[in-house]
Write a protein that binds this ligand. Sequence first.
Ligand code: SF4
Ligand code: F3S
Length: 109
Amino acid sequence: MTFVVTESCIKCKYSDCVEVCPVDCFYEGKNMIVINPDECIDCGVCEPECPVEAIKPESEDLIEMIEVNRKYANAWPKITEKKEPLTDAEQYKNESDKFKKHFDPSPGS
Ligand code: SF4
Ligand code: F3S
């Protein structure tokens, strides 16, 4: 089992989640963070840290998103320290369909 970062993270990237992970399995894209499902130990401590509730436990509904997390965890750099959220995070935090509209496959920096 794994936890998964959902599209609510896109355009926000608050990054509170990354500091609490005991196995450092978060990876950073330009406008989203993902969890490597092959490294996550299913501890759940990151879930309540996200201010937009973007982190969810594995479920049938999230199979595609787990594969997105896996694919980009293997392409993006590791992130272990909190950063400032994205500039427009407040504006985008309640938007729906963010993956379709705003997902950016570019790596974070
Ligand atoms: Fe890390 Fe635990 Fe969150 Fe998995 S559930 S990403 S191991 S903090
Ligand atoms: Fe994203 Fe929430 Fe972490 S917005 S970066 S999953 S704290």
